[in-house]
Write a protein that binds this ligand. Structure first.
Ligand SMILES: Nc1ncnc2c1ncn2[C@@H]1O[C@H](COP(=O)(O)OP(=O)(O)OP(=O)(O)O)[C@@H](O)[C@H]1O
Ligand SMILES: [Mg+2]
Length: 501
């Protein structure tokens, strides 16, 4: 008789998990081999994070079995899973903002020196070394909360990648990163893989997935629908499995070259002159017209997020002026910005949403702030929210669901939806489709273009070339806080943006 193959490093059988009436997983068989990078893809709410949280010990109340190298196991807590060599970087960042960068890198595993004291110097030095592996030169003593969100994501990645875990789960690790950081992350993953670490990699960026994964598994509606070798599959195949056949047009929206318009003659809604934000941007001048989407593209840290925040009154200017409809405005705070007709969807949804509140409250809050009332007839509030849930395809389609129980992509739709009730003059969008699946991205794209066609001026800032290409009519490229190129009235593709940034 032939010897049977050794059991997979991790094997799950018939795993099912429900939250109240929601069947997040409906009987999933999943296996991770030693030394592989196994990617998970699927629509928002398909069940990817839920399955991974079972492996990482977050959920212990589930049906089915889990075995490590053939040994049946059931984790009772994340600490339990960690002790078995399983680490996870969660979709929602869990950096502790008040702790230093070094403490965050070593969270829960600080090196202990003589007398049982945390070996500070050693910790700072090691943290610095780990981060240098990502090409980062950070001060290990600075509070992690002061870093831009992309760097926070790298700090969190460093924590898990260098924790010594032999199974590492990465739930959308690249959502806040720009192409150069993604490349560095992939180099680190390949290196750790060569040393025997196994990875689960969740992402909505199918090109990234195809580039890094050995195998790819598609989830749909709580089921595992297919697994394929990355070398033997492509984007089209994945999209068809994710959302059903007949969606070739989605793929087309998010690729290749687009033709840009030229700057229009109509009077601009927003004019910015010589705008300077300390430590972020210098001497920016541009205009956004009604009915256009001006894209601001740049790598992480090139100043575009600060620009967006300054336009919503969240950062002070060192110099320059902002005009709305030709009138100079002073934006000392967000109330000033709202009064001037400016709306803002932040790159970090956690800062703008209320996780413990139901969906309808999150959708109506911007309007309530604007009309200066703390209440609205509840029936009316719910009715408006129901309309938004339909337009945006929010799932589950319930006004009462608590925001924190929605999947990541659906939370992002709520963040956008809260501005749909009161039409702004200028809509500032920072990474509006971060964390969304291809179908949801397409929904948001349609909403943005619809708002544009109604004459709203839209400023889109993003580190994702795909998003800028799909949404913008005209593009400015920022590098180190300065405008280095404008693309208008020409055909451009991803290469143009990457080349200029
Ligand atoms: N703690 C929870 N309470 C209630 N429902 C939940 C909870 N966590 C997840 N769900 C629901 O389970 C389903 C699967 O969610 P999950 O977070 O696994 O999706 P996902 O595939 O990771 O999606 P995304 O790509 O948007 O992150 C969704 O319908 C979600 O609303
Ligand atoms: Mg998820």
């Amino acid at each position: 008789m032939m010897a049977s193959a050794p059991p997979p490093l991790l094997e799950m059988r018939a795993v099912a998990k429900s939250f109240g009436g929601v069947h997040a997983l409906k009987g999933v068989d999943f296996a991770l081999q030693r030394g592989e990078i196994h990617a998970l893809v699927g629509e928002n709410g398909a069940g990817k994070s839920t399955l991974m949280k079972i492996i990482a010990g977050v959920h212990h109340d589930y049906e089915g079995t889990l075995a490590l190298a053939g040994v049946p196991t059931r984790f009772r807590s994340p600490r339990d899973a960690l002790a078995s060599g399983i680490g996870m970087v969660h979709q929602e960042l869990s950096i502790i903002p008040d702790l230093s960068v070094a403490e965050n890198v070593f969270l829960g595993s600080q090196p202990v020196g003589r007398l049982g004291l945390v070996a500070w110097r050693q910790m700072a030095a090691e943290a610095k070394e780990h981060l240098a592996g990502f090409g980062l030169d950070l001060d290990p003593k600075m509070p992690a909360g002061e870093l831009p969100i992309g760097l926070q994501q790298l700090v969190e990645l460093a924590r898990v990648l260098f924790s010594g875990a032999r199974i590492v789960i990465l739930d959308e690790p690249t959502s806040a990163l720009s192409p150069p950081e993604i490349e560095r992350l992939f180099a680190v993953l390949r290196q750790l893989k060569a040393q025997g670490t196994s990875f689960v990699f969740i992402s909505h960026f199918l090109e990234d997935v195809l580039a890094i994964a050995d195998r790819i598994t598609v989830f749909r509606n709580g089921n595992l629908v297919a697994t394929a070798a990355a070398a033997e599959t492509d984007k089209k195949w994945l999209i068809e499995r994710m959302i059903g056949a007949g969606h070739e047009e989605l793929e087309a929206t998010y690729s290749e070259a687009i033709v840009l318009a030229s700057e229009t003659e109509s009077a601009p809604v927003l004019t910015v002159r010589g705008l300077t934000i300390p430590g972020a941007c210098a001497d920016l001048s541009f205009a956004v017209h009604p009915g256009e989407v001006l894209g601001i593209y740049g790598f992480m840290g090139s100043g575009q997020l600060e620009l967006a925040r300054a336009l919503f009154g969240k950062l002070p200017l060192a110099a320059g002026e902002i005009l709305i409809d030709g009138q100079p405005v002073r934006l000392r705070n967000t109330t000033d910005a709202k009064r001037a007709g400016i709306a803002y969807v932040a790159e970090s949804r956690r800062r703008m949403l209320f996780p413990e509140q139901p969906v309808y409250r999150n959708l109506s809050i911007a309007m309530l702030e604007k009309i200066g009332k703390v209440w609205l007839r509840p029936a009316r509030e719910r009715q408006i929210a129901e309309g938004h849930i339909k337009t945006l395809g929010i799932r589950p389609p319930s006004v009462e669901a608590l925001l924190r129980n929605l999947s990541g992509g659906n939370q992002q739709k709520v963040a956008l939806g809260k501005w749909l009730t009161e039409r702004p003059r200028l809509l500032v969008l920072a990474e509006p489709t971060r964390g969304m699946d291809v179908g949801a991205k397409d929904d948001v794209l349609k909403i943005v273009h619809d708002l544009r066609d109604q004459g709203i001026a839209i400023l889109l800032v993003s580190t994702e070339p795909e998003t800028v290409l799909a949404m913008a009519n005209r593009v400015l490229v920022l590098r180190k806080g300065r405008i280095v190129q404008e693309f208008a009235n020409q055909t451009i593709g991803k290469d143009h943006l990457l080349g200029a940034a």
